[in-house]
Ligand binder design. Sequence first.
Ligand code: MTE
Length: 325
Amino acid sequence: MLIKRSPNGIEIPFSSEITPKHIFESRRNFIKQIAAGSIASGALLEMATRQALAQNVRQKLVGKPNLAYVVMDRQSAYKDATTYNNFYEFGTDKADPAKYAGGLKTRPWSIAIEGEVKKPMTLDLDSLMKLAPLEERIYRLRCVEGWSMVIPWIGYSLSALIKKVEPTSKAKFIEFVTLADPKQMPGLRSSVLSWPYVEGLRMDEANHPLALLTFGMYGEVLPHQNGAPVRVVLPWKYGFKSAKSIVKIRFVQEQPKTAWNLAAAQEYGFYSNVNPAVDHPRWSQASERRIGEDGFLTKKRKTLMFNGYNEVASLYAGMDLKKFF
Ligand code: MTE
């Protein structure tokens, strides 16, 4: 690193030498504009936020702990939760999302809410985040591939948003459409799935208080690889139902055609409730490997019906869950 000597002899590294050039220059312009008074103080915070997000800098986000939704298992390590991911828009390897999602532009961001609602609307991220108090909830998430993690998420029940847009009596299902931007997402070059990634729920499932509209994890805004800036987390279902980087929510009459169901209907059903009694054709669902506990002699954990979230059982009363897997 080049060192510049100041007139009083103290050695000071130039910030342009310890900071990448484009970031240094944008900061310098920013400071000049503040000095010239051309940026109002209210706009300062927003600009700083945008700059930080554009650089995928970790940012605090506070949610009030909701003790009704806390699993007692040990939390997964932040490093595991942010480097072992499925986000196929950035590649199919578990390490790809952390490597390639850094540049995802998460602001400005808006979600369009359409279809069978009395109040269709487009909400920007800030308005969406203010719709209900943010809570922290510690959920187990079980992937169909046979692993699980325990993560402290920050968000609020999806039902708060549903209430605001007033679904009509024709709304039977809800569909999540996620970002598909080939300029930002190298994984879209692959035809492993049909893009955009789409997921869906029946209306009563979407209204269950466990269904979390999620903006953060571990006391911070969502890292890009975990579905920034907004995703859902549905802890009683296999992880792939928890759609990341949502841009549109549609209220529809028919069961949505979901990305994984379209790719392999015999492997991925619409419901995809965690069910140890119904194996996936390639992976047993009877037990799971908790990421971070995978020592040589560590025993697998038994997978629990609905991932242990028995409060959802009544949603499926009378349904044959082998048929509707
Ligand atoms: N959402 C989008 N848009 N694209 C994806 O590839 N993968 C799903 C789900 N949501 C996926 C997605 C799968 S298979 C899983 S297991 C979870 O995200 C993983 O979430 P996590 O990386 O935060 O643990």
